[in-house]
Design a protein around this ligand. Structure first.
Ligand code: BGC
Length: 735
């Protein structure tokens, strides 16, 4: 008994002593998620060597950069963006890694998202693509892109949000916010002035401060100041003699200075060109510098990046102060803490049926009905016995190609598949033309005989009740594709000739254009119906069929103008220096008059205006009122009116408000979009709508004071349904 008591006493003593002598491991501050991120960043930085800090500032593989292995700080894995999460790429080159677990949902291209004019669609897009990026364990999703549509020739317009800075700004914010709720950083790109692909690696863009501020920067500014984006990608081109990936004005002064961006600046792949500039002009992570030919003296090519050993050398010599690397490393650490070191980030999901539904919904919301004479659409299946489907884009995989936004989609429903599922044996198909196989960076013409393809198509067209021509551009080089611009405004591969021959044998032709760009339409008056169908992603065929069949009433509106001819476009109205540049310089001579701002101000008639799109129903908008007649600069005008669906089916109209300054000391466009609202209405339903317009948004950039300016005086609010259809004008005063 005594023995037992003393054993217990001894045991308790040992426990007591152990508890007091073995120190509990203290959690380092940087790992303590209850502390503010800034404190954690400071702490992590204080524990790192100079080499470790430099290692955060450049790639370690094609799509990743280092963490701090010694401290358990994870690497940064990135993926394109913006239409779905790109498949895994090999460590050291652009080859596919051929994993079998990385097939994704392909969402509609951003032009389609912009065409929804519906920020709710941006939100569900961002949420779903963010979940996919999270499931794939990415820290950064390389998108969305908001470069302004300056010319229909830009091969990359399909990845952007159109010609208007206000529309792009409203659409980009919810996308970013929802992506980032997944603990994945969005990376808005390409900052800035990457408005063409030809010579994109070096072309030196000259543009006025005013055009920069009013046209090319607002969507980036909204991404930074409103959506609080965590990373941004510099563009390949130069601006005023400096590459944009290390451009003092853009990155140090505007982005980090004025806009107080606290995230990470990432290069476009291969966008860095100099150690000193990369160090001093605002870049944080260097990616994709050509690794070929850089391995001669080093085992790891990444050590030779501008922000790797050459940077370390300068830091050690003292020619670049250590505060410079501290700043960059802090930004990278902040990115890591916000993403992969956020233990509360959700788990995400990949290629789910829910995501497919999201893709379909956005696609259906963005398809634009451009023409519908005699109400040929929607199809009345009971009256149709034979539908001839013609065109390569009825079957071609269009989630493939386009450059970095190329996707390995788990599923892609083609238009022909969906049409056959809906209309069965009523469908006959003929290819009509052939574009050649997918190939990046070069054009491989098709070996098929164009004449035989055309005559076979015309033959089935002649025998059909209705012809559905599904053509347009595709994701090949010199079409809608990164790395090159289009060579002609006309449709390629003989489609103009094909359409005109088809309409000679059949008057009931519906042209479905799959493209991310405007195209010339020499046949526009000869076909009764035209649908702009974008690149719609995994659910392309289903979404298109819903609209053609009337299950869904189209409600998309153009996010850019379709000019009648290329020479009508602002960028094409001057000499070569204005577009495409002389291979070294390019001067944006149309200045602030981009898109409808140009056509309106110069009174140039267009094929289809910005903001335009038809419906299967009709709407009536009432005369608007404003909440008061006079406003101060800090106030918001509230314009109210009713929208009534006067037809027989449910549908949606987009009410648009364009502002005109009546008298102004500087030139201003005839009108500029400053507010819009998509209104969904049942047949016969009326809703009251109020659209807020911030007086500050009516400002112009005053080059004399280098600041925004709202003059006192009268402003006209034009309420309409496109830039070409103003229904009411109301005046307000600013004092
Ligand atoms: C593109 C970027 C893309 C990057 C990585 C570049 O060629 O311009 O948009 O994110 O490649 O694929």
């Amino acid at each position: 008994m005594q023995n037992r008591v003393s054993r217990i006493l001894l045991f308790s003593l040992v426990i007591f002593l152990a508890g007091n002598t073995i120190a509990q491991p203290v959690k380092p501050i940087y790992l303590d998620e209850t502390r503010p991120i800034e404190e954690r960043v400071k702490n992590a930085l204080s524990l790192m060597t100079l080499e470790e800090k430099v290692a955060l500032c450049h790639a370690q593989s094609k799509f990743s950069s280092r963490g701090v292995a010694r401290l358990g700080i994870p690497e940064v894995w990135m993926s394109d963006g913006p239409h779905g999460v790109r498949e895994e790429i090999l460590w050291d080159n652009w080859g596919e890694a051929k994993w079998t677990n990385d097939s994704c949902t392909a969402f509609p291209a951003l032009t389609c998202l912009a065409a929804t004019w519906n920020p709710d669609m941006s939100a569900i897009y961002g949420k779903a693509v963010g979940e996919e990026a999270r499931y794939r364990n990415k820290a950064v999703l390389l998108g969305p892109g908001v470069n302004i549509y300056r010319t229909p020739m830009n091969g990359r317009n399909f990845e952007y949000m159109g010609e208007d800075p206000y529309l792009a700004s409203r659409m980009v914010v919810p996308y970013i916010q929802e992506v980032q709720k997944n603990g994945v950083a969005a990376c808005v790109k390409h900052f800035a002035l990457n408005n063409q692909e030809n010579w994109r690696g070096h072309i030196d863009v000259q543009v006025s401060d005013r055009a920069l501020r009013e046209i090319y920067l607002p969507a980036f500014k909204a991404a930074v100041t409103e959506a609080k984006v965590w990373s941004i990608m510099g563009s390949y081109n130069q601006f005023r003699g400096e590459h944009c990936c290390h451009n003092d004005l853009l990155l140090n002064k505007i982005l980090k200075g004025e806009w107080k961006f606290d995230g990470t600046v990432i290069t476009d792949w291969g966008g860095a060109h100099d150690t000193k500039q990369a160090a001093l002009n605002g870049l944080d992570i260097e990616m994709g510098t050509g690794t070929d030919g850089m391995t001669r003296s080093l085992t790891n090519a990444y050590d030779n990046y501008y922000l790797a050993l050459p940077f370390l050398d300068e830091l050690k010599k003292g020619t670049i102060p250590v505060s410079v690397v501290d700043e960059k490393a802090s930004r990278v650490l902040r990115l890591i803490f916000r993403t992969v070191m956020n233990s509360k980030r959700p788990y995400g999901s990949l290629a789910t049926p829910e995501h497919a539904q999201v893709a379909r919904k956005i696609a259906e919301d963005g398809i634009v009905l451009l023409k519908n004479d005699g109400n040929l659409l929607p199809f009345d299946a009971s009256k149709l016995k034979n539908i001839a489907v013609i065109g390569e884009n009825a079957t071609r995989k269009l989630t493939v190609g386009g450059g970095s936004s190329n996707l390995k989609a788990r599923n892609e429903v083609s238009p022909l598949q969906a049409l056959c599922a809906k209309y069965g044996s009523k469908i006959s198909y003929s290819m009509g033309y052939a574009s050649g196989p997918p190939a990046y960076g070069r054009v491989i013409p098709s070996k098929l005989n164009a004449d035989s393809l055309r005559s076979a198509a015309v033959k089935i067209a002649g025998a059909a009740d209705v012809v559905l021509f599904i053509g347009g551009l595709n994701k090949n080089h010199r079409q809608d594709c990164e790395g090159g611009d289009r060579q002609s405004y006309n449709l390629p591969f003989g489609q103009d000739k094909l359409i005109s021959e088809i309409q000679k044998v059949n008057k009931n032709v519906v042209v479905v254009l799959v493209s991310g760009n405007a195209v010339a339409m020499p046949w526009v008056d000869k076909v009764p119906a035209i649908v702009q169908a974008w690149y719609l992603g995994s659910e392309a065929g289903n979404a298109l069929t819903s609209v053609l069949s009337g299950e869904v009433n189209p409600s998309g509106k153009l996010p850019f103008t379709f000019p009648k001819q290329l020479s009508d476009c602002g960028a094409h109205s001057f000499d070569k220096l204005c577009f495409p540049g002389d291979s070294v310089h390019e001067i944006y001579k149309e200045d602030i008059l981009v898109g409808y701002r140009w056509y309106d101000t110069k009174t140039i008639p267009v094929q289809f205006p910005f903001g335009y799109g038809l419906s299967y129903t009709t709407f009536e908008i009432s005369k608007p009122t404003t909440d008061k007649p006079v406003y101060s600069r800090a106030e918001t005008v509230k314009m109210s009116f009713t929208v009534k669906n006067t037809g027989n089916v449910a549908g949606a109209e987009v009410a648009q408000i364009y502002v005109t300054q009546s008298k102004c000391p500087v030139m201003r466009p005839v009108k500029e979009l400053k507010g819009f609202k998509k209104v969904f209405l049942k047949a016969g339903e009326t809703k009251t709508v109020t659209i807020p317009i911030k007086v500050q948004d009516m400002a112009y950039w005053d080059e004399k004071t280098n600041n925004w300016k709202v003059d006192s005086g009268e402003f006209i609010l034009n309420l309409g349904t496109s830039a070409g259809d103003v229904k009411y004008m109301g005046a307000v005063q600013v004092k």
